[in-house]
Design a protein around this ligand. Structure first.
Ligand code: 6PG
Length: 259
């Protein structure tokens, strides 16, 4: 299927990573306001890796969110199988750049227990946490208000990697991964049904090193098994990409707006 036939994301391009982070923070504020107005609570899943660092810092600097933190619940899109204070931990990255700077109680922070010995049991436990708070009906995918995703240079997102069996899971919401091609090999990840059920999915991709993969994902042939990010297709209007000029520089056919 060509790119043209797929529901295209809304693409925002900022001048640089700092401006992209500010645009991401504004999106966070907008999504919080919608969620609190509709349901009185905001459930967000954080991305891992390094790009979210600047986004998190921009979010902690948003005075417009002071009213919202006591009604915010934080989850993760994926986590590495390392202790929570290991330098590779997505929880540690979020703690340093976001959690330490905002007034959340421990009951509002839902760490993915990927450091558990039994990864499958940990996946089931985290799925139960999501279902208890977010499942609209039995056996339906939990619905988060906002899921942040990073873009790997191989087209992976969360811990959904090219060719992984995890890409084909439709009846579980959290999946153990034991063969990730990036260290560490063992992880937990939200599955595609959860990513696609979200009220809003925001991909944050900045830097020249993401230019090739961004063009391949956004403008290349539809090959979701080889390019997992292409499989992230929530309902129309719910997928937003926030990029900087460097990451967007090779796009030729993608409609985009200035952030
Ligand atoms: C992880 C992330 C992963 C990340 C991308 C981009 O745990 O590694 O969830 O999907 O978002 O690899 O990482 P960078 O932001 O570091 O480029």
């Amino acid at each position: 299927m060509s790119a043209a036939l797929r529901a295209q994301p809304h693409v925002l391009v900022a001048a640089d990573a700092a401006a992209a982070a500010q645009a991401a923070a504004r999106l966070w504020v907008d999504t919080v306001k919608n969620a609190l107005a509709a349901r009185g609570v905001f459930h967000v899943a954080l991305a891992g890796g390094s790009t979210p660092r600047e986004v998190h810092r921009a979010v902690t600097g948003q005075p417009d969110l002071d009213f919202a933190w006591h009604r915010t619940h934080v989850y993760w899109g994926d986590e590495r199988a390392v202790p929570p204070h290991d330098p590779r931990s997505n929880y540690k990255m979020a703690e340093e750049t976001l959690l330490d700077g905002v007034p959340l109680m421990a009951s509002q922070v839902h760490r993915m227990p990927a450091d558990a010995e039994d990864l499958d049991a940990a996946a089931r436990a985290y799925a139960a946490t999501l279902v208890a708070a977010l499942a609209p009906q039995p056996h339906a995918a939990p619905i988060l208000d906002l899921i942040w995703l990073g873009l790997g240079t191989d087209g992976h997102t969360a811990s959904l990697f090219p060719g992984s069996p995890a890409l084909h899971v439709r009846d579980r919401w959290v999946q153990a991964v034991t063969d990730a091609p990036f260290d560490p090999p063992r992880r937990l990840t939200l599955t595609l049904p959860v990513l696609c059920a979200a009220r809003r999915v925001a991909v944050i991709a900045t830097g020249r090193e993401k230019a090739d993969i961004a063009r391949t994902v956004l403008e290349g042939d539809y090959a979701p098994d080889r390019l997992p990010m292409q499989a992230v297709r929530p309902a129309p209007g719910r997928l937003i990409w926030i990029m900087d000029d460097a990451a967007a520089e090779k796009l030729t056919r993608t409609a985009r707006a200035r952030a």
